[in-house]
Write a protein that binds this ligand. Structure first.
Ligand SMILES: [Zn+2]
Length: 351
């Protein structure tokens, strides 16, 4: 099946999943399905208030329609992910800023930050094969040397982010950084998951990330924050970049989807509030993620930010630089969807 057809199916599935929530996917033909469906109207009013707030924040901005997937019920979200898994497409390896490159798919992604003294690689995709084909293969297409990876920052201890880390560690010997509680977590993982599938072997434990850590390589310093919630020690980062020499500051929120555990959600909310303030104080004016539908880095190859970047004319604004208010709006959609998830749990506990 061609990448183009697969992409189209993926977008259709994506639109269908979001339609379950009543989200209006502009431009995908899903508008007729965008009325509130039964699964949403069955949500208690306390949940619906937050869904409504999230929808108001997103408006009709195409970049935020995928962010709204965070508001799906757990069942609908699982279905949404399963449909996406069937329709994976590899993104063109892309230079997004003067020194920041996207290597990944229309699902999970990774980023390479090139400094004057080597590369900081963020995340390692699902497994050794993907790391070799998509990250190392992408480097070669972009003229980057994988032997120059000095640091590999793993946002969190889920297989789709650390899966290729052992391969990169064994092959190119970068220092590997993860949050301490996530190192602990992956050390305890069984060899196979509940479905009987082999889990990727974890990398050998190396550096523990510290909250507020300044990681300097060459002339570049990124700041790492421990933002628990998605996992016990998810790393988020503030990353300086330039666009044709113009300085910008990006947020990289390291773990996005919610667990269905009330305590983890409470931790997540604290991390969100704290991190929004950190981003505001630092002067963040753009954001990236490691699952591309959340902020529309790469979804259909036509309306996403990478597509916009490829057709950008000199003097036009950078599609990833949307200003600080857009960063706050993006994070506040997380916040409202998180409150909806928390309210669903509470409604179940005391109907
Ligand atoms: Zn995860």
């Amino acid at each position: 099946m061609s990448a183009k057809i697969r992409t189209r199916i993926y977008v259709a599935c994506f639109a269908l999943s979001l339609a379950v929530l009543g989200i209006n996917m502009l431009g995908t033909g899903a508008q007729e399905n965008s009325t509130m469906s039964a699964s949403t109207t069955s949500d208690p009013p306390a949940v619906q208030d937050h869904l409504e707030a999230a929808r108001l924040l997103a408006g009709s901005d195409p970049d935020f329609q995928g962010t709204l997937s965070l508001c799906l019920t757990p069942e609908a979200y699982r279905q949404f992910l399963a449909e996406g898994e069937k329709n994976l497409v590899v993104a063109p390896p892309t230079k997004v800023f003067d020194q920041l490159y996207y290597l990944g798919m229309n699902s999970v992604g990774s980023w390479a930050l090139v400094t004057s003294d080597g590369i900081i690689q963020f995340d390692a995709l699902d497994n050794a094969e993907e790391a070799q084909r998509i990250i190392v293969g992408g480097y070669k297409k972009l003229g980057l040397d994988p032997a120059k990876i000095k640091y590999l920052v793993i946002s969190h201890g889920h297989g789709d982010h650390y899966g290729g880390a052992k391969y990169l560690q064994d092959t190119y010997h970068p220092r590997v950084i993860m949050g301490p509680a996530d190192w602990d977590m992956i050390a305890k993982l069984p060899v196979k998951n509940a479905a009987g599938n082999l889990l990727p072997p974890p990398p050998a434990r190396d550096m523990d990330a510290v909250d507020g850590q300044q990681l300097t390589l060459g002339k570049t310093t990124v700041t790492l924050y421990i933002t628990p919630g998605h996992t016990p020690a998810t790393i988020s980062a503030i990353i300086p970049v330039t666009d044709h020499g113009q300085r910008h500051l990006l947020s990289f929120w390291g773990g996005t989807a919610f667990s269905q555990n009330s305590q983890a959600l409470a931790l997540y909310k604290n991390s969100l509030i704290r991190y929004i303030k950190i981003g505001q104080d630092a002067g963040v004016d753009g954001y990236i993620s490691n699952h591309t539908w959340f902020e529309n880095t790469y979804t259909d190859g036509k309306t996403d930010k990478i597509a916009k970047l490829q057709s950008r004319k000199p003097g036009q604004p950078h599609p990833f630089i949307l200003g600080q208010s857009s960063f706050v709006r993006y994070m506040m959609i997380h916040y409202e969807c998180l409150d909806a998830a928390q309210a669903r749990i509470q409604a179940k506990a005391s109907p």
